[in-house]
Write a protein that binds this ligand. Sequence first.
Ligand code: TPP
Ligand code: SF4
Length: 251
Amino acid sequence: MMLVYQRPDSLTDVATHYCPGCTHGIIHRLVAEVLDELGVRERTIGVAPVGCAVFAYNYFNVDMAEAAHGRAPAMATGLKRTQPDKIVFTYQGDGDLAAIGTNEIIHAAARGEKITVIFVNNAVYGMTSGQMAPTTLLGQVTTSSPKGRDVSLTGYPLRVAELLAGLPGTSYVVRRSTHNVREINRTKKAIRTAFQAQLAGQGLSLVEILSSCPTNNHTTAAEALTWIENQMVPYYPLGDYKVVDAVARLN
Ligand SMILES: Cc1ncc(C[n+]2csc(CCOP(=O)(O)OP(=O)(O)O)c2C)c(N)n1
Ligand code: SF4
């Protein structure tokens, strides 16, 4: 019999709690496949966020730590500085990284910490039932912006990849998406490059990944993917925002 599916060693044999149609699960699998393929599972430490991925420590079959809301980059800094031979990554939602943790990620990037950040942007606070996030689109209805996000009240959505690419401490900053198979494959390649950048001793690497939240956007799973493509991508263009020469030479 031909084997068509196998769980990566870097994932535990546990069913995730994510809603049907949520792409957090896909992103977990991509990270796990990359860790397997790079052969670094046994020397990797992940830092889980507060948000829907709070139980990531149950799903990744690597050493994991749990940070307070937004503080994953600080915890990753400590782990990497005290154990520089380890591969350290954070896995963070947009509420975690771009709201309560904005200062943490900016200073980790400015310091050039040699860590990898998997940044999941689903334009909403998923876990706490759909409040506005810094990444919520203008006009987007959420439980805390029932008439749609209004620029005069809450300003513009934050473009994290563009912001961090401008800091000299980052070595690889890109934005990818999960809305179709082609983009998922491109996301995996970017995750691989981000970890390779860390293996090569380069400064902070970050992959921003546009992700779905059908539950809080009140759509079907399929509509949630179309929403990413039609609503999110125009404001959050996919692409490479920074690839330093040393990282470009890796591939
Ligand atoms: C200090 C602190 N403030 C607020 C919260 C409540 N809280 C938990 S998860 C969350 C939002 C998470 O949203 P996001 O990071 O976008 O992740 P998602 O659930 O969408 O994957 C908030 C506000 C908390 N747990 N701790
Ligand atoms: S609430 Fe949204 S982000 Fe959280 S698991 Fe469900 S679909 Fe995913």
